[in-house]
Design a protein around this ligand. Structure first.
Ligand SMILES: Nc1ncnc2c1ncn2[C@@H]1O[C@H](COP(=O)(O)OP(=O)(O)O)[C@@H](O)[C@H]1O
Ligand SMILES: O=C(CO)[C@@H](O)[C@H](O)COP(=O)(O)O
Length: 477
């Protein structure tokens, strides 16, 4: 390994399927070492926070001895998960994750009881979907009151890991404004925890972490870990906010992320408040905003179709009129938490490859439908989509996005943009600089560009019609 130009920092991405760690040269953004370890999600949609911590340790170990030279670290994590800790910092139960739709009835009641969609959009920036932490807390109180009563600290996944790094699991625990904005109990209007919402769901604000402002540390690394004791720990953030940081994203540039979740987002200077509920009005990890739409069924759902058909994920075929609404986990965009997957338009000559292509189309369609709401009305329609996440490595994903969007697409060469964003946050803290500006100097958004092609209007029409016609079937609890 050539000597790094600057100090080394560690960026962590603890997402749904795995934890990834990168050791990065803060001066150039060069990735010096990397590690990754998987997580298990239970069939109910729970995950043991202890295994995220274990996976983080394994990922750091895989980075090798260079990790002991790091000068700062930051953790980005899957958003919204409800982590409940006892007084010793041990999980009271498994975490309820963002893609678990069990809290759909509580969510419906919450929206109604607290003034409806417009009230929520104005106050919290979002009409909470079942993903949001507030709906999960309401579910826990109703279904497992003993677990709720035993809880002494409520954390998000990235808060939990940050707390274990600093040793402040319960008292002194921290979060950041980006991830806090996905709880439903942090007001984007006042930029503070909302006493009325917390009171309504019976959550004591004392159980919540302190919101660390951008550019300030959460603490320092405690002793006994693979990282050097005493190095700076940045505030961390949600994985999508870290993706935006990792790209050094400027307002108006659309990002489409293809991972367990599909997300489409852009940085905005103005606070979003979409009362249709399609766009979540998140804060970003700095001082801006991050309007975002998210689907529950993306790469994992399409891989499931490939497995069912016995095909490689790239074995798509054009043609035919099959339509797949791949809502295997219920869906958030469109708002159909009770839905299951739907396949229609089959003929004797439909091939497996065409059905697989239809699954890609169904997954991408929902995200593109939301894109116009995410972007400002005056956004340039010729601005390329930045395609990131594990799916961005796949040709079938990329070509589906091109064909259904009619936009140019850029696939950044840098991989693991969420972990890179966390690394940029750590570097920004260490160097006293804006994290997004640091990532821009790393040129993380550069990569092969693919021209716009004509939009496949016929496929989009078929999908839209199937969605309208299947309304009753997809809405039934
Ligand atoms: N070469 C590839 N082609 C297409 N898809 C891929 C490829 N490699 C990984 N993936 C997809 O990426 C997904 C994981 O993406 P990732 O962004 O790491 O997910 P998450 O952050 O949600 O854990 C897997 O579900 C897999 O389907
Ligand atoms: O719920 C959302 C965004 O609102 C998801 O994007 C989660 O943050 C999970 O992310 P991945 O594990 O798919 O990266």
């Amino acid at each position: 390994m050539a000597a790094p130009d600057g100090p080394l920092v560690v960026g962590v991405d603890s997402s749904t399927q795995s934890t990834k760690a990168l050791v990065v040269d803060a001066a150039t953004g060069t990735v010096v070492a990397r590690g990754q370890a998987p997580h298990v999600v239970s069939p109910e949609g729970d995950s043991d926070p202890g295994q995220w911590w274990q996976a983080l340790g394994e990922a750091l170990d895989q980075c090798g001895p260079v990790v002991r030279e790091a000068a700062a670290v930051s953790v980005a994590g899957q958003q919204h998960g409800l982590v409940t800790l006892d007084g010793e910092g041990r999980p009271v139960r498994n975490a309820l994750l963002w893609n678990d739709t069990r809290s759909a009835p509580q969510r419906e009641r919450l929206i109604e009881e607290l003034g409806g969609a417009q009230w929520w959009a104005r106050r919290a920036g979002s009409v909470p979907p079942t993903s949001f932490t507030v709906t999960k807390w309401a579910w826990l109180r109703e279904h497992e009151p003993q677990a709720a009563a035993a809880t002494r600290a409520v954390r998000l996944p990235h808060d939990y890991l940050t707390g274990r790094l600093t040793g402040q699991e319960v008292s002194g625990g921290t979060t950041d404004r980006g991830d806090a904005s996905g709880t439903g109990w942090w007001s984007t209007e006042s930029e503070a925890y909302d006493p009325e919402i917390l009171g309504h769901v019976g959550l004591d604000p004392e159980l919540l972490p302190r919101v660390v402002p951008a550019g300030e540390p959460a603490g320092t690394v405690r002793s006994g870990l693979p990282l050097p004791e005493g190095i700076l720990v940045a505030g961390g953030t949600g994985d999508n906010m870290a993706g935006a940081l990792g790209l050094g994203l400027l307002p108006g540039r659309p990002v489409l992320s293809l991972g367990t979740s599909g997300t489409v987002y852009a940085v905005a200077g103005r606070r979003p408040a979409d009362d249709s509920g399609v766009v979540a009005g998140f804060a970003d990890a700095g001082r801006n905003w991050l309007p975002l739409a998210c689907t529950l069924n993306c790469t994992v759902a399409v891989d499931r179709f490939a497995a069912l058909l016995g095909l490689d994920r790239e074995a798509v075929e054009a043609g035919g009129e099959a339509v797949v609404l791949p809502f295997l986990d219920g869906e958030r965009t469109p708002d159909l938490p009770y839905a299951s997957g739907l396949l229609t338009g089959l003929r004797h000559d439909t091939t497996g490859g065409q059905v697989l292509q239809a699954a890609y189309d169904g997954a991408v369609f929902a995200l593109l439908e939301a894109l116009d709401r995410v972007l400002d009305a005056d956004a340039d329609p010729a601005e390329p989509i930045l395609l990131i996440g594990g799916g961005a490595r796949g040709v079938a994903w990329r070509e589906t996005v091109r064909r259904l969007s009619g936009r140019p697409v850029v696939v950044p060469r840098a991989q693991e943009l969420v972990a890179l964003g966390a690394a940029a946050q750590a570097a920004g803290l260490l160097l006293g600089r804006d994290a997004s500006a640091v990532a821009r100097e790393w040129n993380t958004a550069e990569g092969p560009a693919y021209e716009a092609v004509d939009r496949d209007e016929a496929a989009l029409r078929r999908l839209s019609t199937a969605l309208d016609d299947a309304g009753a079937l997809l809405s039934r609890p």
